[in-house]
Ligand binder design. Structure first.
Ligand SMILES: *Cc1c(COP(=O)(O)O)cnc(C)c1O
Length: 400
């Protein structure tokens, strides 16, 4: 990991806009002219570098963002999409067809879980959900039809850490594609460097960081991205979840400050997690020594970006959780909202919101309790002040 610095890779990209602008010009066309008819034919065949055909396939602005994200993850290339789900679903449909099987972590984003549980069976694709931290259970779930091993680096909402290097060894042994959703830990973890074949992000969260758009990306080999974009058989090209050029240009500008933001998110979350744990609250944060994956995660991260901005607190009951969230919002400590990676703290009770797709008995089995509040800690400049104000809310409601 020492030689790989994702933030340097982003910083080192250089742009000269059409008129010498320091930002590349935004491409504002759905279709592109060809000076020769032969070039158009070759472009359809997918073998013309640097030529654009139609913006559902690719556009100059999207390619700039693709390049920046591929540089960040250390993959050959990437393909941006209109949402995180717009990256996840075509990627899995490109890798799997009728009769194929997926082994997936059971603690994944609710939308991904619903897609694998309720939607892909209609196409003859089945999924076995496993506790991704138990490598023997993961391996035992693999069948001759398994094509994909799927997980999140840090899982939503329980912040379980996937041992990507070990999962990669299992995937290689059984000839599977290891797909890792790295949405919670950009820069902190570089899954491709640990052996993941494909790295996915919801750009909606940290990478864009301003809660003003949805977006996604698949970072992978040139060969896989070409297959995804193939005019005749590519899931991305044919299903059409393309990001708009104006939006990809704005996401790219936000991405340039990601390293500064991630350090602050991690610093603030580490601070609050340590304080609340000391106060006696049930606190889950991968940067705490009490976290079951703490030492594993410490070996996986690019340490300067820390353990990330996501933290959970268990305040006992859903009623208390709801009261506390409402009070914290009243006191301007953040928003009662789903999503993550904003400059303000966001909080929600995952059992009734983002993970509500997961059946109750499974929620209980995986430790997703009623009183759990998921926090995406903001960029607060004075985190001690925030801590004191949060603590006052908790004391008022007799949570602390
Ligand atoms: C939000 C999220 C997604 C889905 O991304 P959208 O941009 O909302 O489509 C996928 N995975 C994780 C881990 C997420 O947090």
């Amino acid at each position: 990991m020492k030689n790989f610095n994702p933030a340097d890779n982003i910083q080192d990209l250089q742009y000269f806009g059409e008129f010498g602008g320091v930002n590349p010009s935004i491409s504002d066309s759905s279709t592109y002219t060809f000076l020769s008819a032969k070039t158009m034919f070759d472009t359809f065949e997918g073998n013309m570098e640097g030529c654009y055909l139609y913006s559902r396939h690719s556009s100059p602005s999207n390619l700039y963002l693709d390049k920046a994200l591929a540089a960040m993850e250390g993959t050959e290339t990437a393909n941006v999409s209109a949402s995180g789900m717009g990256a996840i679903t075509p990627t899995l449909l490109q890798l799997c067809g009728a009769g194929d099987h997926i082994v997936s972590s059971r603690t994944i984003y609710g939308g991904t879980y619903a897609f694998l549980k309720n939607f892909t069976p209609r196409m003859g694709i089945t999924t076995t959900f496993v506790d991704i931290t138990k490598l023997d259970v993961v391996e035992a779930a693999i069948t001759p039809n398994t094509k994909v091993l799927y997980c999140e680096t840090v899982s939503n909402p329980l912040l379980e850490v996937a041992d990507i290097a070990s999962l990669s060894r299992i995937a290689k042994k059984h000839n599977l594609t290891l797909v890792v959703d790295n949405t919670f830990s950009p820069l902190s973890v570089s899954p491709a460097k640990l052996g993941a074949d494909i790295v996915i992000h919801s750009l909606t969260k940290y990478i864009n960081g301003s809660s003003d758009t949805v977006g996604g990306v698949t970072c992978a080999s040139q060969e896989f991205i070409n297959s995804l974009k193939n005019v005749n058989s590519g899931a991305s090209m044919l299903l059409g979840p393309t990001m708009d050029s104006l939006r990809s240009a704005s996401v790219m500008k936000n991405m340039r400050t990601l390293h500064i933001r991630m350090k602050q998110h991690s610093h603030n979350a580490q601070y609050l997690a340590e304080r609340f744990e000391k106060d006696g609250l049930k606190t889950v944060y991968p940067g705490l020594k009490s976290h079951p994956s703490h030492s594993l995660y410490a070996t996986m991260i690019n340490p300067e970006y820390g353990f990330g901005g996501m933290m959970t607190l268990d305040v006992g009951t859903l009623k208390k959780a709801n009261e506390l969230m409402e009070l914290m919002q009243q006191r301007n400590l953040g928003y009662l909202a789903v999503s993550l990676g904003f400059y303000k703290t966001l909080f929600s009770a995952p059992g009734t919101s983002t993970s509500s797709e997961i059946p109750m008995e499974e929620q209980i089995e995986m430790g997703l309790t009623d009183g759990l509040i998921r926090f995406s800690i903001g960029l607060d400049n004075d985190i001690e002040r925030t801590y004191q104000m949060m603590k006052a809310c908790m004391q008022e409601l007799a949570v602390l």
